[in-house]
Design a protein around this ligand. Structure first.
Ligand SMILES: NC(=O)c1ccc[n+]([C@@H]2O[C@H](COP(=O)([O-])OP(=O)(O)OC[C@H]3O[C@@H](n4cnc5c(N)ncnc54)[C@H](OP(=O)(O)O)[C@@H]3O)[C@@H](O)[C@H]2O)c1
Length: 348
């Protein structure tokens, strides 16, 4: 097999090297998978520089999200859920490679009709946004939802899920191209949040188009950036503000008097920890996502303005991701597959 192995921390993605390694054999609880596509994440960039919270002992293969086919089943699992040839997606250390070993708990079936490219970007973003909006913010039909960084990975998932649940979506993004993408994925209104006056624009939209308490602002804020304090200026009575991430690089301080005065809730979500602290919710969330896919209400968000084909293009893909110019999920086609034709989903 070939993989991008990190033997010492690097300054940036362009310093990464591909090496030949022995292809692993399936072990007692792990499948051997041939990777067709790998999804990139900002934490990959941090990890190769030694700056991430999870740093395995050197050497290791970088990358986390992948989609591919099962080559061999675990040797000690009596009735494995997947068989040789099945198409799966998931996440485990070592996705920037031609092959990977992974246990069943981190694998899901590629939805029917989905390309490996789109499936490789599903494992982190879709459940984060579904878990946030549905489990944590209790989204209801008729709600108005403000999605920040709406053309980013979790943002585009949030736009689609909010629309599928019958909400009106105001999407923010920093460039015209990203606002156009947010609209293509279903946003009703788009706003440039690089303008300081953006909370006024949200308020004006709600004042013009909503009634009752809704005239004051939105019911839900989905925030992967670190914009809760500003967003408190344009929320309705009883609003829920979802703390998803800090893409802007700073952990915010929030004026709590506004939380009291507006009778709102600040709600955190840490999707990765559901597997440890709330296992029973994980299939509930995935079944909800698979339902939306089979109803045609959720589609893949792979970035298509530029293509990344072959392991050799991982450094370029990571550089593009770090530049903030991409949208959706930046995915590398490790193998250059052609997308399958139909679009239905299989449930868990
Ligand atoms: N809570 C959870 O369980 C969970 C799960 C997954 C991800 N996250 C977090 O959610 C955040 C977004 O993840 P993602 O996968 O959507 O990332 P992404 O695809 O890279 O999108 C992030 C977006 O943030 C915006 N942004 C604002 N300030 C930025 C800055 N200084 N540098 C870079 N981008 C900036 C950019 O949009 P504009 O250019 O339009 O401003 C960018 O498109 C990350 O912080 C991630 O760690 C949390």
């Amino acid at each position: 097999m070939r993989g991008i192995q990190v033997t010492e921390y690097v300054k940036g993605p362009l310093d990464l090297k591909i090496v030949d390694l022995p292809t692993p054999s399936p072990v007692h609880d792990q499948y051997l998978i041939e990777i067709h596509s790998a999804g990139t994440n900002f934490f990959d960039l941090l990890q190769i520089q030694g700056k991430y919270q999870h740093q395995p002992p050197l050497p290791w293969i970088s990358g986390a999200e992948f989609a591919g086919t099962i080559l061999a089943t675990p040797t000690a699992v009596k009735s494995p859920r997947y068989k040789v040839g099945d198409r799966v997606f998931g996440a485990s250390q070592g996705a920037y490679a031609t092959h990977i070993l992974a246990p069943e708990r981190v694998l899901l079936p590629v939805p029917q009709g989905w390309s490996f490219e789109d499936a490789a970007g599903l494992f982190v973003t879709a459940p984060t946004s579904y878990g946030g909006l549905v489990q944590r913010a209790n989204i209801q039909s008729g709600d108005w939802v403000l999605v920040h960084a709406a053309a980013g990975g979790v943002g585009l998932a949030a736009v689609q899920i909010a629309k599928a649940k019958g909400a009106t979506v105001i999407a923010t993004a920093g460039t015209e191209r990203k606002r156009q993408i947010a609209k293509e994925f279903g946003a009703d209104y788009v706003i440039d949040y690089r303008k300081k006056s953006w909370p006024e624009e949200v308020k004006a939209l709600c004042k013009q188009n909503r009634s009752g308490n809704g005239k004051a602002g939105v019911d839900i804020v989905y925030d992967p950036v670190g914009m809760i304090d500003q967003s408190l200026k344009c929320v309705a009575w009883n609003a829920r503000l979802l703390v998803i991430g800090f893409a802007a690089g700073q952990i915010e301080k929030v004026a709590l008097n506004r939380v009291l005065l507006k009778n709102v809730s600040l709600v955190g979500l840490h999707w990765g920890q559901y597997a440890n602290f709330e296992k029973e919710t994980v299939p509930v969330v995935w079944n909800g996502i698979f339902d939306l896919i089979s109803e045609g209400k959720f589609r893949g968000t792979a970035f298509r303005d530029e293509s990344f084909v072959g392991l050799e293009s991982v450094p370029r893909a990571l550089k593009a991701l770090g530049s903030r110019d991409t949208w959706g999920k930046v995915v590398v086609k490790i193998i250059d597959d052609v997308a399958p034709p139909s679009r239905t989903a299989s449930k868990l």
